[in-house]
Design a protein around this ligand. Structure first.
Ligand SMILES: [Zn+2]
Length: 143
C-alpha cells in the first residue's frame, strides 16, 4: 500500500468508496480544521477493487463519527496513537442527524422557519431510510 507519511495521532479512514473521499473531507469539515490530511484516491483493494483512503492527523475527538456513519457505515475507522493502530471503530447508523442534510419538501416548516435545525431520524435501519423529523419527507439521495 502507498504510504503517505506516518501519522502519530489521528485516524485513517479506510474502505471509502472510490471517488467519495472528497465529499467526506467536506462533510467532516476537515477544510476548516488545522490538521494534516492525506487523501488517497483509487487505491487498490482486494475487497472493493478500488477504494479511497483518508489519513487525518489531529485530535481523535474532533472526528464526527455520526456524520461519517451516515455517509457510509462500511468505512473502517482506524484510530492511531503514537504511530500505531490502537483501535478500530465500528460505525453505526446514527438514530438522528442534525444539520447535515436539508429537507427538500417546499412545504416543510424548515423551509419557512429558517432558523430551525434540519433534523432527520432513522426511520428504517435495515433499508437505511431517513425521514425529516418535521414533515416525514424521505431523504433519497445519499451524498
Ligand atoms: Zn421536512
Amino acid at each position: 500500500m502507498l504510504n503517505v507519511g506516518k501519522i502519530e495521532e489521528g485516524f485513517v479512514l479506510d474502505h471509502i468508496k472510490a471517488g467519495k473521499s472528497l465529499s467526506i473531507y467536506h462533510h467532516l469539515q476537515l477544510d476548516k480544521l488545522d490538521c494534516t490530511v492525506a487523501i488517497i484516491k483509487n487505491a487498490k483493494s482486494n475487497k472493493m477493487g478500488k477504494k479511497d483512503i483518508l489519513k487525518v492527523e489531529c485530535d481523535i475527538d474532533m472526528l464526527d463519527l455520526d456524520i461519517l456513519a451516515f455517509i457510509d457505515h462500511n468505512i473502517t475507522v482506524n484510530v492511531i496513537k503514537d504511530g500505531d493502530i490502537v483501535a478500530k471503530k465500528e460505525l453505526l447508523l446514527p438514530k438522528e442527524i442534525k444539520n447535515v442534510i436539508r429537507c427538500k419538501n417546499p412545504r416543510c416548516i424548515t423551509s419557512i422557519e429558517q432558523e430551525l435545525p434540519h433534523i432527520f431520524v432513522l426511520a428504517d435501519e435495515e433499508k437505511e431510510i431517513y425521514r425529516c423529523k418535521y414533515c416525514e419527507e424521505k431523504y433519497l439521495e445519499r451524498s
